[in-house]
Design a protein around this ligand. Structure first.
Ligand code: NDP
Ligand code: ZN
Length: 383
């Protein structure tokens, strides 16, 4: 009896042992090894980092990343400006690449297509916001990095060689477009396009754009393409010429008080992308009656601007807007390509990340840095 019991137990262990080994071997082999650059702790320092992407599921797309934009949000995230970060952190949510593999249910892209990914990689798909195609406001959104995926593992972003993403959050990119300039559209593009559309900007409207960096560059171009007369506000005199070259009617250097005179009650809509503390009341007073200030820039928690109630007089409104939904992202890409609206970019190798972040923090960046992911293979490049 005792002998028989032991024999049965032995066979049972052997059986389950074989099953467990086979399953974990399959799971292991199906996972995808990736390499990129990560911040290991809070701060602006990046190091080469190897990690695993999940196996390509039935509705997933594997993308080999070609370019990734550097958004000011990436700087806020590694600096923990808004909340505690999840480290090691591979930032990057302005991603373009080539489709390398698709799950069996994927229909919108095929192997070899160019595709883009922005700030989100998952939402519940069922709530009111998802049904309205505003997945960014779904309570269960998984962000491209610094977020927990549905299986509880940290999501990792685009400063890397590959990414696995649910098809619903992948956008097909047409052939023959400047891919390195398409990447920033997946955050800077959609974030500015969305509020301009929401506010029905039309020919003749007076629109102001405050903060003329990565997002501001896109806001100015979209608003002009929609027929608006655009005034640009920034602190950097060297950007005056770029604003006028794009077709702005006026550039205001906010550091020069004389340039601020006579601007009150002028604008229908103001898009603010300013990432630090500033006087929102000053901009609210520049609105016409019923005008709106849209806050896109998100200063660190301890630099949140105060809004004097008096500056809202005249039914002036202020609200904050977060990127845009996937349907609108596809519309934005189509609009950008049709009107040839692309950001000003500076291409950098990934080894220059620390320097790029330093420049961004010090206001020395000119519009958008974009990482050329080919540089990942360049192990001998000077740091
Ligand atoms: P950039 O750094 O590229 O651009 C910011 C611009 O604002 C720079 O030109 C900067 O000048 C200028 N600026 C700084 N202070 C002032 C000021 N007081 N008045 C006028 N201009 C000023 O950043 P991004 O465009 O990438 O991002 C901007 C903000 O938007 C960030 O806070 C980011 O997190 C947020 N964001 C929000 C999103 C959303 O969905 N709401 C999505 C993406 C980004 P200088 O360079 O000289 O400092
Ligand atoms: Zn961004």
């Amino acid at each position: 009896m005792n002998h028989q019991f032991h024999q049965t137990m032995f066979l049972a262990f052997l059986f389950f042992g074989i099953i467990l080994t086979t399953t974990s071997a399959q799971e292991h082999s199906a996972k995808i090894s990736a390499q990129g650059y990560a911040a290991m702790t809070a701060g602006r320092h990046f190091v080469p980092y190897e990690f695993e992407r999940r196996a390509v599921g039935e509705s997933d797309v594997l993308i080999e990343i070609l370019y990734a934009g550097i958004c000011h949000t990436d700087l806020h995230q590694v600096m923990e400006d808004w909340r505690k970060g999840i480290f090691p952190m591979v930032p990057g949510h302005e991603i373009v690449g080539r489709v390398a593999q698709t799950g069996k249910n994927v229909q919108s892209v095929k192997v070899g297509d160019y595709a883009g990914v922005g700030c989100m990689v998952h939402s519940c798909g069922e709530c009111e916001q998802c049904r309205k195609h505003e997945e960014q406001y779904c309570p269960q959104t998984v962000w491209t990095y610094n977020s927990l995926d549905t299986n509880g593992t940290p999501s990792q972003g685009g400063y890397s060689d590959k990414i696995v993403v649910d098809e619903n959050f992948v956008v097909k990119i047409p052939e023959n477009v400047p891919l390195e300039r398409i990447a920033p559209l997946f955050c800077a593009g959609i974030t500015t396009y969305s509020p301009l559309r929401y506010n029905n900007v039309k020919a003749g409207d007076n629109v102001a754009v405050a903060g003329f960096g990565g997002l501001g560059d896109m806001a100015v171009q979209y608003a002009i393409a929609m027929g608006a007369k655009v005034t640009v506000f920034d602190v950097n005199e060297s950007k005056r010429q770029s604003a006028m070259d794009l077709g702005a009617v006026k550039f205001v250097n906010v550091r020069n008080e004389n340039e601020l005179i006579g601007l009150n009650s002028s604008f229908d809509l103001m898009i603010s992308t300013i990432p630090t503390r500033y006087d929102v009341g000053m901009y609210l007073r520049m609105l016409k009656v019923d005008g709106t200030v849209v806050l896109l820039g998100m200063p660190p928690g301890d630099q949140t601007p105060m809004i004097p109630a008096m500056s809202l007089m005249g039914r002036r409104k202020v609200y904050a807007s977060l990127i845009g939904g996937m349907k609108e992202t596809r519309e934005m890409l189509e609009f950008s390509v049709r009107n040839k609206i692309y950001p000003h970019v500076e291409i950098i190798p990934i080894q220059k990340l620390d320097e790029a972040f330093q420049n961004l923090a010090e206001g020395k960046a000119l519009f958008r840095y974009v990482i050329d992911m080919k540089s990942l293979d360049d192990k001998n490049r000077d740091l």
